[in-house]
Design a protein around this ligand. Structure first.
Ligand SMILES: CC(C)(COP(=O)(O)OP(=O)(O)OC[C@H]1O[C@@H](n2cnc3c(N)ncnc32)[C@H](O)[C@@H]1OP(=O)(O)O)[C@@H](O)C(=O)NCCC(=O)NCCS
Length: 623
């Protein structure tokens, strides 16, 4: 029965040019679903047009000319900007409408914008007369419902996808059969810095997490770094070629998802033939309407949702922007802010904003005292910031003050901009006026981070950071008076900022500390700290001083012994020959830790204090 309707709707573009009247609003399906032939026939080569408004979501290559030479015939209004249209937007010949995907659905579904003609692209019909939107489902169903006239290009090269994208022949007004290759969007080679950002993001993703990935190089780098994870789920507006390998090697199984178990959920595919073939007739992938994918309820139904999105800049207070600037790349709100905000509040979730620490030419810091271009749009606010990642590591800003944020962000800025940012942060009174930073060449020794089980708990052991000051103060204030005396060999009732700051200012060459935290997720509380610093005495250039403290509730389960052997190893590797410790005469616990070790030691007692000189040239004792 539908065959008859199909045949009656089949036309050549020439016969329907008059559907688009002067002043019409036309919606064009975008991304890799762009109906290129229809666009060419109905818009680009249609000389009769005047003052047409063209709406799109993610315009890729096919829209290059829109704001240019044809500007007076039609003007594009896009919810997303891509580099291919950069000049049109920069020169004011095209309009960008910043709006979230949820807002976009409301805008169109509730008639805030009336679409007169929709140009879409579909597969040929199946036995029941259903055609598939294929790669771009996003808001196209809403458009089909709301537009006065729907013109569909039927392209047998369009993959047939599961989810919300089926459209019955009854729902379209005109059918133009035309086969052509689809718009492809291969990802560019990633530079080493961007790859490193991806690796740092991957460190924050646990097995079994469900991820949303934004559009662009940074989210792509994160996907490429996920290779050794297990049972990752995908609930994302956009999926790209990168997911194909991850499904094939079973990194992505979707088996641990709380909803849509076993399914990749997305709204658009952007990529090449690789992903087009992958999603074709593949029940593992469901392309859903934005209204579902970017909906708060859907996102919040995941207990371990990780949102991964890029930003152009982040300021020292923790707000990030994407938008029109001289560094303009791809930008647009999409569900970026909603995903970031919702993911960080799911029980084990995280919102990750990631960026390269500098512009591609290395000339500008992307971590800035304040945004460099007034045209940029703030996309995540100070309130809704969680993790920020660069190639120099990550900072968890959740629950942090402006002072703590500014300092944490400076530590993941490019080293050559850290002094400048420190001075700016002081000028703005964001941080202490006497705040110090490790020297520019101090590189956080990531390789020393590891986990180990003590007393049945998996604990994180990592090098100390300048941002650990408050946590070191907290540890001090949990210690008994006795332990404080043992640690400092004098009675101390307070550990002020001025005293705590040098304890966390490691250069990882002359001084370092290993701290123990309860889990890799929370940097807040430190359970133990063991450190050494180069001795400042003449003749002791190759000697360092050791000190340690373990939280009272975590003593006698082996932490002290373990940290001591690790610190000996590190000092040895950094070229120290000797390690000294000064221990009160009745500190049996500390003496026991040393006595258990096979490191050669000389012990001498004076004024109730043992001076213990350890020969660490040979570290056969270490495990
Ligand atoms: C000293 C200190 C770091 C040890 O940390 P820890 O995590 O408890 O150490 P471990 O659990 O690895 O080892 C402690 C050892 O002391 C032993 N011990 C505990 N109390 C003891 C006592 N009164 N007499 C003798 N040995 C004792 C434990 O049995 C254990 O030995 P074992 O492993 O052979 O059983 C911790 O007690 C501390 O923070 N003290 C306060 C600060 C301090 O003294 N710092 C040293 C300054 S250099």
């Amino acid at each position: 029965m539908w065959h008859k309707a199909y045949d009656s709707k089949r036309v050549l573009p020439d016969s329907i040019l008059s559907c688009i009247r002067p002043g019409s609003r036309v919606y064009i399906e975008s991304g890799c679903g762009e109906p290129q032939y229809l666009v060419k026939q109905m818009i680009s080569e249609n000389k009769q047009l005047s003052d047409i408004e063209i709406y799109t979501t993610i315009p890729l290559a096919g829209f290059q000319d829109f704001g240019g030479q044809y500007g007076s015939r039609f003007r594009i209004k896009s919810f997303f900007v891509s580099p291919s249209m950069r000049s049109a937007f920069e020169e004011g010949n095209a309009d960008h409408m910043p709006i979230s995907t949820t807002g976009l659905t409301k805008l169109l579904a509730q008639g805030y914008i009336k679409i007169n003609v929709a140009l879409i692209q579909l597969t040929p019909p199946d036995k029941k007369g259903f055609m598939s939107l294929g790669l771009t489902v996003d808001i196209t169903k809403t458009i089909i419902e709301m537009a006065d006239i729907v013109i569909a290009q039927i392209n047998p090269q369009m993959p047939r996808t599961f989810g919300d994208g089926f459209v019955h022949v009854d729902k379209v007004d005109y059918i133009v059969e035309y086969e052509e290759p689809l718009v492809e969007f291969p990802h560019e080679e990633l530079d080493p810095e961007t790859q490193k950002v991806g690796e740092n993001i991957a460190r924050l993703i646990e097995d079994g997490a469900t991820i949303q990935v934004g559009f662009g190089r940074i989210p792509e780098a994160a996907l490429l770094a996920l290779g050794n994870k297990k049972d990752i789920g995908v609930h994302s507006e956009i999926i790209t070629d990168a997911i194909c390998d991850l499904v094939e090697n079973r990194t992505i199984t979707n088996e641990k998802k709380d909803i849509n178990k076993g399914k990749v959920i997305a709204s658009m595919c952007i990529g090449t033939k690789r992903i087009f073939d992958f999603v074709n007739d593949n029940p593992m992938v469901e392309l859903k309407d934005f209204w579902y994918t970017s909906n708060l309820q859907s996102i919040n139904s995941h207990s371990n949702m990780i949102a991964i999105n890029g930003a152009v800049e982040i300021d020292l207070t923790g707000q990030s922007c994407v938008g029109m600037s001289e560094f303009m790349g791809y930008f647009g709100a999409l569900g970026h802010a909603i995903f970031n905000q919702s993911a960080m509040f799911t029980p084990r979730g995280k919102g990750i904003i990631a960026l390269r620490s500098t512009s591609r030419d290395g000339k500008f810091s992307r971590i800035v005292p304040s945004f460099t271009d007034s045209r940029v749009g703030i996309i995540t606010t100070q309130e809704d910031i969680n993790y920020v990642v660069t190639e120099y590591g990550y900072a968890d800003l959740f629950g942090k003050s402006i002072r703590e944020r500014a300092l944490a962000l400076i530590t993941i800025a490019h080293p050559k901009f850290r002094r400048y940012l420190l001075e700016e942060a002081k000028r703005l009174n964001y941080i202490y006026q006497d705040q110090v930073l490790p020297p520019e060449d101090a590189i956080y020794p990531l390789g020393l981070e590891h986990e180990k089980i003590f007393g049945g708990d998996k604990l994180m052991i990592r090098p100390i950071k300048i941002t650990d000051e408050r946590a070191i103060q907290d540890l001090f204030y949990t210690m008994s008076q006795n332990d404080k005396f043992y640690r400092f060999l004098r009675n101390m009732s307070a550990l002020h900022h001025q005293q705590a700051q040098p304890m966390v200012n490691a250069d990882y060459k002359n001084s370092i500390a290993l701290v123990v935290t309860q889990s890799s997720r929370r940097e807040g509380s430190i359970l133990a700290s063991a450190q050494f610093a180069r001795e400042n005495k003449p003749g002791l250039e190759h000697a360092c001083e050791f000190a340690i403290v373990v939280h009272p509730n975590w003593q006698n389960i082996g932490i002290g012994t373990y940290l001591f052997t690790k610190i000996v190893d590190i000092a040895h590797d950094l070229g120290f020959f000797q390690m000294n410790a000064y221990v009160w005469e009745d500190n049996e616990q500390m003496l026991r830790v040393f006595n258990k070790s096979a490191v050669y030691m000389r012990k001498s007692l004076a004024n109730h204090v043992y001076t213990i000189e350890m020969d660490i040239n040979d570290t056969t004792s270490s495990s």
